[in-house]
Design a binder for this molecule. Structure first.
Ligand SMILES: N[C@@H](CCC(=O)N[C@@H](CS)C(=O)NCC(=O)O)C(=O)O
Length: 266
């Protein structure tokens, strides 16, 4: 198992940076960050042993800005090399580790994948955030509608391919780069019906099965959908705390591994 489960806390202001030995690979991450999740997936797909330093994104340790001046997660570090931004990190990992190449070899196919990624990044992801993680007050329904509209485009793109994954019979780079947003669809609860998305529904099942092996699924159980959306918003910013609140409801969060998080309403 390449992941070190011991580093589960999120370091905040005043938190000391653990030393990084020569030859070791580190990911500055955050358990709730979909962008950091991308990097964890690609590291696993490349079978690169790595360890994680989780960053509290609301109260970032000052030293973190010397690693990533933008202060965002993820950030990758190895042998004095620093790489920031999830897409750049994943591209770097794919180039640096030639095993299991994740982009299509064919240049046009690769361009098509990147076009889908661009659509996802500029349309699906913003609508997801505005309707869930960072809801635009009074406009949640509008953004949820936008989300469904743009998701339908991704549904059509995958259906056209006739394969379970964008990468074909196994997940490729595009699949890993979009998956974190699928795993987090749980924030919508029953509001999100998959009837209109049969291809993406099959994609979700196939990805889950594939990721089960690398134990990079992010298992979430929640008994009360009503509070999960705002809870997630609180968690992403204050993720070293074990309690988050929505109105008077409490939601307890406990990490049981480095990445996956169990969310249970109490
Ligand atoms: N384009 C960046 C976006 C990363 C990003 O926005 N990460 C969020 C957490 S999911 C973050 O660090 N937010 C804290 C901040 O912006 O200060 C990437 O792909 O890595």
């Amino acid at each position: 198992m390449p992941f070190s489960p011991e580093q589960t806390e999120h370091l905040a202001e005043g938190g000391l940076l653990p030393p990084l030995g020569q030859g070791l690979v580190r990911l500055y991450s955050n358990r709730f960050c979909p962008f950091a999740h991308r990097a964890r997936l690609v590291l696993a797909a490349k079978e690169v042993p790595f360890h994680i330093v989780n960053i509290n994104l609301k109260r970032k340790p000052q030293w973190y800005f010397s690693k990533n001046p933008l202060g965002t997660t993820p950030c990758f570090e190895s042998d004095g090399k620093i790489v920031t931004d999830s897409a750049i990190i994943c591209e770097f990992l794919n180039d640096a580790h030639t095993n299991n190449p994740l982009w299509p070899q064919d240049p046009y196919q690769k361009a098509l994948d990147k076009m889908v990624l661009e659509y996802f990044a500029s349309k699906v992801s913003p609508a997801f955030f505005k309707s869930s993680y960072y809801p635009v007050k009074g406009e949640e329904d509008k953004w949820f509608g936008e989300y469904l509209t743009h998701l339908a485009v991704i549904e059509d793109k995958l259906q056209e391919r006739g394969t379970p994954f964008f990468g074909g019979s196994k997940p490729g780079m595009l699949d890993y780069l979009i998956w974190p947003w699928f795993e987090r669809q749980v924030v919508y609860g029953n509001k999100l019906s998959f009837d209109k998305f049969p291809t993406l529904s099959a994609f979700r099942a196939a990805m889950k099965q594939d990721l089960q092996y690398s134990k990079l699924l992010w298992p979430m159980t929640c008994t009360s959908n009503s509070s999960i959306i705002t809870s997630m918003v609180s968690m992403i910013m204050t993720s070293n705390e074990i309690r988050c609140y929505r109105s008077s409801q409490k939601c307890s969060v406990s990490a049981h591994r480095t990445c996956p998080v169990q969310v249970d309403h109490t």
